[in-house]
Ligand binder design. Structure first.
Ligand code: PLP
Length: 392
């Protein structure tokens, strides 16, 4: 650091301004909304307003601190109302990766490890814990997702008296398939286990994209990320039906100790704004875009992999005649940005292909691309992409 300061003073090292345009900006031809969405102007305004008008730490006991705390609780309550749950069950995290990690890492404290069921098409935020859990003596059991769906009957057969946790996502990020969460939870509850089983539902791709019914589903925990619904990056939620959990972090006890560390107040408020902006009308509109898209590619060499029934219209996986990265490059050359799977991991293709294989796609798994829409999607542009895909 000393060296850096010296060089700066000597003018050798000048801080460079961040590159790029500052201001609302849409990427043309963007069809990778399951990876992330553009920050909405309303959420951006709330973020900026809160960042400048609420400077105090919400944990501070003086009036300014209490004001920040009140604002944080307003954001929590607003989201809780939309989700139909109590604000006491919602804990702000940095995103769905941390939400899942908080739940799964809590198992590491268990004196006697047991069995855990992980779905085969889960995101790496969940599956990435399998090696460590195994190392710590947990018996990791995989639940297949034939055709992209978890089957409650199959789950019942995988349950053992020692099962302590089940992690099955609400909507697949790779395929868009909506899982029968309520039935899966019921399947778990109908099994005789030695201890209560914690059901975790990674619900990132469900928020705003399906009729998510958190209290009705009966899950014990769920994770969300704001940036998938036009909120800011780096803020998410962990829903815990029964209040608390053993956190991996230690600190100031914020978020009931579930997520210690100074709260990201501007991002939490912008997240609440993004949730408030969600409208069932978006799902209907995207449904029409999805339908027209499927019609346009009919008869071409590219086939829809995402089933029409029981899937969110926001995500459409397609088996192309080319290896996925080739198809992605061809489309990118034509000005369309799609994904070769789940762009939220570094090794995108491998992870997404694994999910497609796990869903029973066999060798076609390597040829699958993912097109994902948002309320910003222009129907005309979507049609142009469909035509370009039909020509592959
Ligand atoms: N779970 C699912 C289903 C996802 O789609 C993603 C991101 O794409 C995540 C978890 C991780 O979210 P984040 O990177 O915001 O933590």
């Amino acid at each position: 650091m000393e060296e850096v300061y010296r060089k700066r003073e000597e003018g050798v090292l000048r801080p460079r301004p961040l590159s790029g345009t500052i201001g609302p900006m849409a990427i043309q031809g963007y069809f990778d909304n399951a990876a992330t969405t553009a920050l909405s102007p309303r959420a951006a305004a709330v973020w900026a307003g809160t960042a400048s008008s609420y400077p105090a730490n919400p944990s501070a006991s003086y009036p300014e601190g209490r004001r920040s705390k009140e604002r944080l609780e307003e954001a929590r309550s607003s989201i809780a109302t939309r989700l139909g749950v109590s604000p006491k069950t919602l804990f702000f995290t940095s995103g769905a990766t941390e939400s899942a990690g908080t739940v799964l890492s809590s198992l590491l404290w268990a004196k006697t490890p047991g069995d855990i069921v992980l779905g085969s098409i889960e995101h790496e935020a969940v599956l990435g814990w399998a090696p460590l859990l195994k190392e710590k003596g947990w018996n990791v059991i995989t639940l297949d997702a034939r055709g992209g769906f978890y089957d409650p009957g199959e789950l019942r057969r995988k349950m053992t008296p020692e099962t302590r946790m089940v992690c099955l996502m609400a909507v697949s990020n790779a395929l868009g398939t909506v899982q029968p969460t309520k039935d899966l939870v019921e399947a778990v509850r109908s099994c005789g286990t030695r201890r209560p089983v914690f059901f975790y539902s990674d619900s990132v791709q469900a928020l705003g994209k399906t009729g998510l019914d958190l209290p009705g589903s009966g899950v014990d925990g769920a994770g969300f990320s704001a940036h998938k619904i036009h909120g800011p990056r780096g803020i998410g939620l962990l829903y815990l039906k029964k209040g608390s959990i053993q956190s991996l972090s230690r600190g100031g006890g914020q978020e009931g100790g579930v997520r210690p560390g100074t709260e990201n107040l501007p991002a939490a408020c912008a997240f609440a704004e993004a949730v408030d902006e969600l409208s069932p009308d978006d799902e209907r509109r995207i449904g029409e875009i999805n339908k027209a898209f499927r019609e346009t590619i009919k008869g071409s060499k590219t086939k829809a992999v995402t089933p029409e029934e029981n899937s969110t219209p926001f995500i459409l996986a397609l088996a192309t005649p080319y290896p996925s990265e080739v198809a992605v490059r061809i489309l990118s050359d034509k000005g369309f940005l799609v994904s070769s799977g789940s762009a939220c991991s570094n090794n995108q293709r491998g992870k997404a292909e694994a999910a497609f294989r796990a869903a029973g796609l066999g060798d076609a798994a390597g040829n699958v691309i993912r097109v994902s829409f948002s309320r910003d999607t222009d129907p005309e542009e979507a049609l142009q992409l469909a035509k370009a895909i039909a020509e592959l």
